[in-house]
Design a protein around this ligand. Sequence first.
Ligand code: AMP
Ligand code: MG
Length: 490
Amino acid sequence: MSLDNSTGSGWALEHTYTSLPEKFFDFQSPVPVKEPQLILLNNTLCNQLGLEFTHVSNEDIAKLFAGNALPEGSRPFAQAYAGHQFGNFTMLGDGRAIMLGEQTTPDGKRFDIQFKGSGRTVFSRGGDGRATLKAMLREYLISEAMYALGIPSTRSLAVVTTGEPVYREQVNAGAIMTRVAQSHIRVGTFEFARQYLTEADLKALLDYTIQRHYSHCAESDNPTLSFFHEVMHRQAALIAQWVRVGFIHGVMNTDNMSIAGETIDYGPCAFMNGYDPRTVFSSIDTQGRYAFGNQAQIAHWNLSVLASALLPLFHTDKETAVSIAQEALNAFPQVYRTQWLIQMRLKLGLTGEREGDRELIEDLLALMQQHSLDYTNTFLALGSQDLTQMEEMKLPEFQAWYLRWVKRAGAEGRSLESALELMAANNPQFIPRNHLVEEALAHAVQGDLGFFETLLDVLTTPYRPNQAFLHYQTAPQMAWEENYKTFCGT
Ligand code: AMP
Ligand code: MG
């Protein structure tokens, strides 16, 4: 008996999602590509997933992650979903993504394995079903950086080029990325069910999602309500984590909000340099809807869409259902404030809760905004106790703030050292600064991955100081920043 090892070993794919009513998905294979070539393979993630490719040639690995050769047990499908994009409801679905299946890891966790850029599906509308190499490398780099920062995120397993051109404003190299997620169930999946399917279908989706992500909710008196609370808490916690590192998602449409509370869909995302809550880089976000400081409000808005999709399941009586949903939703600002305080206290090395913490944090942010101080580097300067690093810190108002902070950090006889340790664990040395990301991508699409790989390496241990990488910490010139735009384009 000959064993075909060309797709690697360790695959343990299931398709529990396809136990849902059939309108939730469409069986569809990836469209084979002309000339697959392996660009990146995430070996650490392979290990975590229990996948093994050591005896497989790069050629065969490329065929696998291009969808030209399917692994054992796969039965690919595209998912249906809808969503509010910049506030407007639209039918969407996986227009260029295909689910290979759900992989169970050696430690018993279940992850979706999904191709992005793998060809047209019934949900493609006018699109070509493809993705550019640049966009897929961008998602790979930033999602892995987010994971290393300790922030819930989808991950990236592989990137292959297709050998086929992708036409956008220019001709680009086509690529396929393999995305790994706790699931791809979105707020928009519930919107889809509510808008186009029956109440029984909506209930089936809820039951499935509860079982997969929030199984303890099934025991509660009102599982829909407990589920909603859980999603809300995870989302609030996620946004507070984004704020901790200065991340701007850029396109927080309801179809890009994961029910499992992971950061998903890295399109026009970016990291803030100088602190300003109005910061927005996305070329399509002309109104600043998804600006840095707006993200919590938008999460609240998205959750209101989820609540409204779930309405018939909160209670059979419509009025009662509305009042249950409204009350649950009204808790969001407080839930978020709590999460925000947790993250900001960590950034300042504060333990316990004291009156005046919020003011202390807000006063620092106000100073940073007033003087356009770099968000990341200001916390590093504070944490290093070398205040000469930044000229602005010599200002009397800053010195006054600093004394307040020293007093608070050392409250209850705590040593300053322990505060500094906490800061070091929560304030990254290295973030994917926009100018570095762009430089890495510009070289990579020309076929030179050297800088991309170095940057990926730097971003893999973001909290560890490294004298050799000091230049990765420098903020770009204001002029560079002012002209910088990120494109969804894709
Ligand atoms: P995104 O902006 O990536 O969140 O995608 C929004 C919607 O557009 C989703 O339904 C995608 O599947 C779809 N989409 C994006 N790009 C393409 C493409 N090149 N071909 C087909 N559908 C696409
Ligand atoms: Mg999306």
